[in-house]
Design a protein around this ligand. Sequence first.
Ligand code: ADP
Length: 429
Amino acid sequence: MKSMLQRTINNIDRVVFGSKENYSFEHRFLNVASFLAASMALLGSASNLIAGLSSKLTIYTFAASLVFISTYLLFISKKWYLFSKSLFFSAIFLLLDILWYENGGVSGAILIVYLSFLVLSLLVWSGKQLIIIILLFSGNFLGLMYIEYNVPDLVIMYPSIEVRFYDIILTTFLFIITTSVIVLKTKNYYEKEKQRAILSDQLKTSFLANISHEIRTPMNSIIGFSQLLDDATDNERTEYIDNINKQGDILLKLINDIIDVAQIESDDIELEYSIIDINKLIIDLKKSFEQRIDQIGKEGLKILIDIPDSSEIIIETDVKRLSQILYNLISNAIKYTDEGAIKLGYKKDIDNIEIYVRDTGIGIPEKLQADIFHKFRKLNHNTDQKLYRGTGLGLFISNQLVKKLKGSIRVESKPNVGSTFYIKLPLNY
Ligand code: ADP
């Protein structure tokens, strides 16, 4: 029940303020701020109207709400960011000056409102732009003070002491709430970022230790077998060359993975779309992995396929990248399964195809399932103290490539029962 409520709140939060993945902290903050400003201005103008207060104030707040709604829509659409930000701040500036004028100058709540405006500016502007805002802010503030000092009658006073009292109390209350929320959210955000940076640092260190091992092992084999070649008999030579080739392939795969990560990070992956027969791809993968299983001697493991043999199923995708993803998934399935079967198959609807790779291996605990798609993430499977080699790059690369192909990847798994990885892709890109 609680999680459903939480999910509903999260969904509303994502729809109204935008998802955390799509906006920077500062940008998302402006989405929230402009939405709240628009709602408060709308509420303010409605309550002014109902209470029969100054009609001028009602018009001003209503006009401000229109500007805030426009900036909110611009922020959400990510269009003209700097322009929207400047428009948003200019509107607040103008509103502050009107408030000062209409609500009793410094004897009203303007100083508190100015303070919240300063907090907001410090949070969302930086560098030269922040200096400009602070200068404008100070100039405007000093200007208002100067005018009020010299022409005190210019500002419109509260109709009564009670109204002034309520206005100041309410504004102070709102100020305390909003600044506390802003400070707590910011603190929370930076705390999380700090934890993330620490974790990423740890992962990088363990990746570096790991990768030097992953490079050294095949390298040592290649060097060792090459040195033995001179004195080897013909039979031995064939065996050594075979080993050198295998270790060379492992090394090449590792180098390709590292290059892929670099390309993914710099958003430099080029796709080449073509029409492919998915049944043929799966049958080819089955054949080549059956050979692999033979070579590594996992006799208790077989590969099954589950594909409709009636017709040719074609999809439009990048065959090289799709093969790479399936290769990673099947390699993992073989690596983490000692006995049983690995099954390859798919389901199709009008727009999408969902290909799956199922194994009967060691499985992945539920709470770690989301982690495995992150970079450098390797799990410690404490089964029989067996050590599984790997760099923790395969699923990260697969996940990123699937996204690039406009699809998605997910896993269902139970420890000691097995895992199924699903990749969903559009039939046409
Ligand atoms: P690695 O090179 O370590 O295999 P991957 O990114 O391919 O890196 O996988 C990340 C982690 O996910 C692995 O270390 C392993 O713990 C887990 N994993 C991936 N596939 C499977 C599977 N089929 N069964 C069990 N665990 C798996």
